[in-house]
Design a protein. Structure first.
Length: 318
């Protein structure tokens, strides 16, 4: 059997190594480029989501603010109303959520002044923190509990009220018996007992101290308020874009309504009928034209032939 010796030349090995290194470099470069593109897409998406969230917050704030001002007139609220609520909750709740909770409280009629509202929010925040409940949930429990006379909601804050005792206490204050109280008077009696029990519980907590959790909530609230402000600045531009889009939608809608009311089958049949008539007319005109040309040819061709025979040909023969 013949031997076929294989020889490895140094220059061949070097060129192969160089080619492999080049391929590895190109692969790394491609991977780096793809990673940069991916990172750019992620950043762009996060930026878009942030802008979208800011605009949505601004839109929500606009509606809540109008109701906040309107309802505030019922309790003679001042221009410092929202600031007082922020102070009462130590800045742990953003403006949008504060207005939402305040509007709910004023709608349910559980406060008579902005100072009473601020005290109520402060109480809810402190009792919630003592039980590991975030401020937003604590405000919901306090406002809904008092507004709906729900002992279950108030229990979230550790507030326990004896309803019958509350009715009897208030009835004595206004010179009635508990059975004579109206629904509104029963609500007042219940809420008075809630406020008294809440005050007792808060006094037992001692001086309030900000925790790490509070500071995180404050930072989050400030960022949300900043986002709302940014969204408010973009609102005019967004409104113009939405108006333009809505007008375009109306035009498209009208076009669709028109198209929906068109008898397309009848229109197509009419088109075919008209096309058939046009085709028949074209054929008739073509036949008439051909016949006309033939009739002209019958009268002219003999004259031409006679002219050639009697005049042209004899001239050439001479």
């Amino acid at each position: 059997m013949a031997d076929f010796p294989i020889k490895f030349r140094p220059e061949g090995i070097r060129s192969t190594k160089s080619a492999i290194k080049g391929l590895n470099g190109a692969t790394k470069s491609l991977g780096s480029s793809l990673a940069k593109i991916g990172a750019s897409v992620v950043i762009a998406k996060k930026l878009f989501d942030s802008i979208k969230g800011s605009i949505e917050l601004a839109g929500k704030a606009q509606g809540l603010s109008q109701a906040f001002d309107s309802l505030g007139k019922g309790i003679n609220a001042s221009s410092q109303f929202l600031d007082k609520l922020k102070t009462a909750t130590d800045g742990t709740v953003n403006s949008v959520e504060l207005m939402e909770k305040a509007n709910n409280a004023m709608t349910l009629g559980i406060v008579e002044s902005e100072d009473q509202m601020a005290e109520l929010f402060d109480t809810a925040q402190r009792l919630g923190k003592a039980l590991g409940v975030d401020t937003t949930q604590a405000l919901d429990s306090m406002v809904t509990g008092m507004g709906r006379q729900s002992k279950l909601m108030l229990d979230n804050l550790g507030i326990i009220v004896d309803t019958n005792k509350a009715y009897e206490t208030y009835a004595k204050e206004i010179g009635k018996s508990a059975s004579q109280l109206t629904d509104q008077e029963k609500k007042i009696a219940f809420n008075n007992a809630v406020l008294a029990e809440s005050k007792r519980l808060v006094e037992g907590l001692g001086e309030e101290q900000l925790t790490m959790s509070d500071r995180i909530a404050i930072a989050k609230s400030q960022m949300q308020d900043l986002g709302t402000t940014f969204g408010t600045l973009l609102m005019p531009l967004v409104n113009q874009a939405l108006d333009l889009f809505n007008r375009f939608g109306l035009v498209v809608g009208k076009a669709m309504d028109f198209a929906k009311n068109v008898d397309w089958a009848g229109t197509w049949q009419n088109f075919k009928d008209q096309a058939s008539l046009a085709y028949d007319a074209f054929i008739d005109i073509s036949i008439l034209t051909f016949e006309y040309l033939v009739s002209i040819g019958k009268s002219i061709i003999p004259k031409i032939f006679s002219f050639l025979v009697n005049t042209v040909f004899p001239a050439f023969m001479k």
